[in-house]
Write a protein that binds this ligand. Structure first.
Ligand SMILES: NC(=O)c1ccc[n+]([C@@H]2O[C@H](COP(=O)([O-])OP(=O)(O)OC[C@H]3O[C@@H](n4cnc5c(N)ncnc54)[C@H](OP(=O)(O)O)[C@@H]3O)[C@@H](O)[C@H]2O)c1
Length: 300
């Protein structure tokens, strides 16, 4: 399988194929993916509610405006699928879009799902993608970038110097989202040669699991930003998250998922990043070194 990432083994000069529609293409994972795909000469269409007028490859796209879907799909043979963020039921607008993509013969759909299903219908949506020809589901664990603003955890760190968590000493397999983009790129590029990938579901993690206390200690030591951890319960966490930007419904979903980590449920690592990219997954220490300015006084 061709691979990509920072240390690409993908062979330039191959036919780049019709193109990849990147939903969420202006978001954190999508932006990284767009850069990687363009670096390999693949035509990319960036879907956004606020397309860039000067960029012919930027298209208007809103999950909640079905009138924008057909034009965005036109002429594309692959899709990176980022569901509407912080939505209590992303399956509702996404399933009709998948049906339309399938009718048009799109040959690969890579869904950005999550290791722990958040919304009640997330497993149904993932199964829908997996069951379609060329459908692949990525299930990343928590993003290391959650510790940076504008994520609510990062905003709490900057605002209060603390992380409030309902996960106790539970460990999670934090992943650098640059590695998620590299895995997605590998799969979207590989498809041209091997349209029927054997594996349809990838759990994506970093190289080791860390509790919030361990992660906070690394930020404190490496970025010189003192961060303390305050243990709280699910209800109080949901209330906190609303003060830093989550809707009441999504804050409750998120807090429930985090409380589930207490039991050790998320203390799992996978080898998918090295398997797909040909290089090790980034460590939390490396992530903190690369983003130290994000916790500086200036960032606050
Ligand atoms: N954070 C974590 O720990 C974690 C872990 C596992 C999985 N995930 C998953 O990762 C995804 C978020 O990825 P991210 O962090 O890269 O996203 P992000 O940086 O929050 O960006 C959100 C993207 O969604 C687009 N968007 C928002 N509302 C939209 C709408 N109504 N219609 C069309 N596009 C819309 C935005 O585009 P415009 O504003 O330009 O329209 C933007 O590109 C979520 O599905 C989440 O469940 C996150």
């Amino acid at each position: 399988m061709p691979t990509t990432g920072d240390d690409t083994r993908y062979r330039p000069g191959d036919d780049p194929g019709p193109g990849v529609l990147v939903t969420g293409g202006t978001g954190k994972v999508g932006r990284e993916l767009v850069t990687l795909l363009r670096g390999h000469g693949v035509p990319v269409r960036v879907a956004s509610r606020a397309p860039v007028a000067e960029d012919p490859d930027s298209v208007p796209f809103d999950w909640f405006d079905r009138g924008t879907h057909a034009a965005a799909l036109d002429g594309q043979d692959r899709i990176f699928l980022v569901t509407p963020p912080n939505s209590a039921d992303p399956a509702d607008p996404v399933i009709p879009f998948l049906d339309e993509a399938h009718r048009r013969g799109v040959r690969t759909v890579v869904l950005l799902s999550s290791a722990v299903p958040l919304q009640p219908r997330a497993p149904e949506l993932a199964a829908r993608v997996r069951d379609q020809s060329g459908g692949i589901v990525l299930r990343p664990s928590g993003f290391m970038q959650n510790f940076l603003s504008p994520h609510p955890v990062g905003r709490q760190i900057l605002r209060d110097g603390e992380i409030r968590t309902a996960s106790g000493a539970g460990r999670m397999g934090w992943i650098d989202l640059r590695d998620i983009a590299a895995c997605a790129a590998a799969l979207l590029l590989a498809d041209r040669a091997a349209p029927q990938a054997d594996q349809r579901d990838y759990l994506l993690t970093g190289p080791r699991t860390l509790s919030y206390v361990e992660a906070a200690a690394i930020i404190s030591a490496t970025a010189a930003k003192p961060v303390r951890v305050v243990h709280t319960d699910e209800e109080a966490l949901a209330a906190d998250l609303q003060t830093v930007g989550f809707s009441a419904e999504f804050a409750a979903i998120y807090a429930r998922a985090e409380a589930g980590a207490r039991s050790g449920r998320d203390d799992v690592v996978s080898t998918a990043v090295p398997d797909l990219t040909g290089r090790p997954a980034r460590t939390f220490e490396q992530f903190v070194r690369d983003h130290a300015a994000g916790w500086s006084t200036a960032a606050a």
